[in-house]
Ligand binder design. Structure first.
Ligand code: NAD
Length: 560
């Protein structure tokens, strides 16, 4: 059972505009971003301080929230507030270059790092689950998952060839087959069409497909397999972007499509396979799902795993037929293996397959938020980023389409992936735009903890590292210490985000561009050093691309 946070409902919304009540923009920005995380337009369950990702919270209790806000308002520009798992615990005299807030969330000593022990301590009021950007106050709503999925499909496109053997710039003229159109998986159809491709997405629950059409994430859906195939094959032929939902069970439809020899180029899946009770087995209707799963969870798990084995066997079949096939971070391969699929691990996870080469360049999810609350500030920064990187076609495509399609939740924000020796160019430009008055208020610049040098997570971000260093967690600690030493406005160090307690350790930073000369000095260090730890980590693990990037872009590594 979840701990009770508050009896009375609260509504929180961050102040907008270019005037502050706190004594520094560092403290003001932290306060507004904490509040923005709890804005009803942003958070999943704001009444319980839950921002996203199961139980990822922004503060331990409403009392702790009030104390953090009060302390930030009174904090001197040479003081630092310490936050321990969502509770403010001390204020210390530091100096102007130091972070205004240092955050440690959900950390446990190794032998105690299990969900049952974590929940016991949480019940006692001693800790809080911070996820990645919930407890570190830099969540920006669903734009984050959409862009991550877009970037993955852009990376997939770069590995594909045309029938003539040339490399592809986009997914135009290709067909992607996937399943699972839920909370996060629902970003897949839009991410594929933003990359100009065609996608057929299978979901057992018609209401999920309907919802995605209503929200503009999916073009159309049907329960007629032949009709769906006619639509996607004609779009693929004409090179038109199109997403079609198909109501049905992936464990039945994937083998059927394979048997029919449908020319699929890319195959993945985002059903909620990480929890066998949330995967619908063949022969069970969506209406009986909950009752059957609750009545006999063990028997249901066995049936789900047997279906996942059929589902994955078909994916392996598509790979044998020449398609690019990958696991999208939902543990489908492991569950299928438990269900008896011997070749379940024949295809890779998405990080080793597509994201690691980006991580080796220090590329990852760079994001920024307009404290003015004015969407025009984001439009202006979008234009500035395009001017700074005129030759990056995928970046331009993303910024254009995001500008047209992404509806802001809370304070206006933008995300895009930039690498080592790129991010600071954007940060410094934004700072100039604040100083000149071109923007209506300061910009905060941060990122997800899922980044090149800031996470140890052997089932996801650090799966299959070249040197076997998957579980080495010194790297995110060094990342947090370096960002603290470089002038970040707030720095966070968490455990258990993304994949759960016991399975990850990760760090975050946020730095404010308030238009001052001091902010420029800080941004020039933090936004170079932070992605630099990603390049360093991949040089150390033996990645050639990281060595090249370090050499070309001047990163000092004593033992390359
Ligand atoms: P969700 O529960 O909201 O949606 C899952 C969907 O799968 C539902 O719509 C359900 O109807 C459908 N489904 C279940 N069984 C099916 C079957 N047999 N055939 C067809 N459809 C079926 O979950 P979500 O938030 O969309 O996340 C999906 C999975 O993706 C999770 O396991 C999550 O951990 C993973 N994920 C990974 C990443 C990443 O970065 N790698 C990102 C997002 C999500």
């Amino acid at each position: 059972e979840e701990p009770r946070i508050s009896e009375e409902p609260r509504t929180v919304r961050a102040q907008r505009g270019g005037e502050r009540t706190a004594r520094s923009w560092g403290a003001e920005a932290a306060k507004r971003m904490l509040m923005n995380n709890l804005d009803p337009d942003v958070a999943e369950h704001p009444e319980d301080l839950v921002v996203y990702g199961g139980t990822g919270r922004a503060a331990r209790s409403w009392e702790a929230f009030d104390a953090i806000v009060r302390t930030l308002d009174e904090l001197e520009p040479d003081e630092t507030l310490l936050v321990q798992s969502g509770k403010p615990v001390g204020v210390f005299r530091t100096h102007e270059w130091a972070p205004r807030v240092l955050i440690a969330n959900s950390n446990l000593v190794g032998d105690w790092a299990t969900w049952p022990e974590f929940r016991r301590l949480e019940q006692l009021g001693l800790t809080m689950y911070g996820q990645m950007t919930a407890g570190s106050w830099i969540y920006i709503g669903t734009q984050g998952i959409l862009q991550g999925t877009y970037e993955t499909f852009a990376a997939v496109a770069r590995t594909l060839r045309t029938p003539g053997g040339e490399s592809r710039e986009s997914l135009a003229g290709t067909l992607t087959l996937t399943a699972g159109c839920g909370g996060m998986g629902g970003a897949q159809p839009l991410a594929v069409t933003m990359n100009e491709g065609v996608v057929l997405i299978v979901d057992v629950d018609a209401s999920r497909l309907e919802r995605r059409v209503a929200h503009g994430y999916l073009d159309e859906f049907t329960d007629d397999l032949d009709a769906a195939l006619a639509r996607v094959l004609s779009a693929k032929e004409q090179g038109i972007a199109l997403s079609v939902g198909l109501v049905g069970n992936a464990a039945e439809l994937f083998p059927e499509l394979l048997a029919r020899g449908v020319p699929v180029d890319v195959v993945t899946d985002q059903t909620s396979a990480h929890d066998p009770l949330a995967y619908l087995p063949v022969g069970v209707s969506p209406d009986e799902w909950r009752t059957l799963a609750e009545a006999d969870p063990d028997a249901f798990t066995e049936r789900a795993r047997a279906s996942m084995a059929q589902h994955v066997a078909a994916m392996v079949g598509f790979q044998d037929a020449g398609a690019a096939v990958f696991d999208y971070g939902n543990s489908l391969r492991r569950e299928a293996e438990l269900g008896g699929c011997a070749r379940a691990f024949a295809f890779p996870g998405f990080v080793p397959a597509y994201i690691r080469p980006l991580f080796a360049e220090g590329k990852g999810p760079f994001r920024w938020v307009a404290l003015s609350g004015d969407p025009a500030d984001i439009a202006a920064t979008d234009r500035a980023v395009k001017e700074l990187f005129p030759h990056d076609a995928a970046l331009h495509r993303w910024l254009d389409k995001a500008g047209a399609k992404v509806h802001f939740e809370g304070l206006p924000a933008r995300i895009c992936w930039l690498g080592y020796q790129e991010r600071h160019l954007a940060g410094l430009r934004f700072n100039e735009m604040v100083a000149s008055g071109e923007l209506a208020g300061p910009i905060v610049i941060g990122r997800d903890h899922l980044d090149a040098g800031s996470v140890a997570s052997p089932y996801r971000e650090t799966e299959a590292m070249a040197d076997g260093s998957d579980a080495i967690a010194d790297w995110p600690l060094l990342n947090a210490l370096l960002n603290t030493a470089s002038g970040a406005s707030w720095v966070s160090l968490h455990h258990g985000g993304g994949v759960g307690i016991g399975r990850s350790i990760h760090a975050g930073q946020v730095t404010v561009a308030d238009g001052s000369a001091l902010a420029a000095e800080k941004l020039a260090r933090v936004l170079v050093n932070d992605p630099g730890t990603g390049v360093m980590r991949h040089v150390d693990a033996g990645y050639d691309r990281a060595r090249e990037v370090a050499r070309e872009r001047g990163l000092k590594v004593p033992m390359p």
